[in-house]
Write a protein that binds this ligand. Structure first.
Ligand code: SAM
Length: 268
């Protein structure tokens, strides 16, 4: 989005926002000077971030396809991001045209794009809610959620590239538990999360650059990220570096340096 284009209402373009920083790192145009500054600082501090965001987006696609192939027909995708290639409903509905998706994000720019994109999808199969993941009631009790998802059947909760924006003071683990408690056994949880476990220096420099203007991002260890899966059994290959999670044939799965973990679990 060019800086001279009118911004959607409620957008403060002088404050960097995770959705637009991520968009810039993925090569998108829906970002402003404040977002670009933070994104460029993170790349300067930790050049691997560019590969990391691509790995994250690729994990999302593989995880959603895997879940749809397992017969999961309902998705609650929290922290959707600005629509780009391989959005959750496109991947899921390519496997199962009847798959239903509720998207949630707190960035009004995401909302504006998502509305336009969803106009082209069949009525009732995909919904979009502008809400804050730290307020689970506003999402779980939302009329569009209840009209789209059937909570008596398994649901995949997808929180990819997003939990690092909720810190421990905001009770990140308690927040996720509210979602996982709301779904029946056989439901799934897909998470990616930045970590300094593999490359401490590079990732700490990344987090410092990311948080230089506004404190936004929390790095977590493997043990901490595992806590989100309390009551879930991880599917193979467990919690691994992003490119090592069920790589598609021909994809490079052998990178040993990672900035994030990815995992999918099944509710027991
Ligand atoms: N899930 C997408 C993916 O992996 O490609 C997008 C990830 S993007 C890095 C993180 C997204 O989380 C952004 O779109 C941001 O607006 C959203 N987000 C951050 N904090 C949030 C919150 N408290 N409530 C809802 N969405 C949030």
């Amino acid at each position: 989005m060019a800086d001279d284009a009118p911004a959607p209402p409620k957008i403060n373009t002088s404050v960097p926002h995770p959705a637009r920083i991520y968009d810039y790192l993925l090569g998108g145009k829906d970002n402003f000077e404040a977002d670009r500054k933070v994104a460029e600082a993170t790349v300067a501090a930790s050049p691997g971030v560019l590969q990391g965001v691509r790995d994250n987006r690729a994990f999302l696609g593989r995880a959603v396809r895997f879940l749809a192939e397992q017969g999961i027909g309902q998705f609650l995708d929290i922290g959707t991001g600005i629509p780009t290639q391989g959005n959750t409903h496109e991947v899921a509905q390519a496997v199962n045209p009847a798959a239903r998706v509720v998207y949630v994000d707190n960035d009004p720019i995401v909302m504006a794009h998502a509305r336009a994109l969803l106009r082209s999808t069949p009525e009732g199969r995909t919904a979009y809610i502008e809400a804050d993941l730290r307020d689970p009631d506003s999402i779980l009790d939302h009329p569009d959620t209840l009209a789209t998802l059937d909570f008596t059947e398994p649901i995949a909760i997808v929180i990819v590239g997003t939990l690092m924006y909720v810190d421990d003071k905001e009770d990140a683990f308690g927040v996720v538990k509210r979602y996982t408690d709301a779904v029946v056994p056989g439901s799934h949880l897909a998470i990616t999360h930045v970590t300094a476990d593999f490359e401490p220096e590079s990732l700490e420099a990344f987090a410092e650059a990311y948080n230089s203007t506004h404190e936004m991002l929390t790095l977590r260890t493997r043990a901490e990220i595992m806590r989100f899966f309390d009551g879930f059994e991880l599917v193979e290959p467990g919690m691994v570096g992003l490119s090592q999670w069920r790589p598609a044939p021909g994809e490079d799965s052998y990178r040993r340096t990672h900035g994030a973990y990815g995992a999918v679990g099944r509710k027991l």
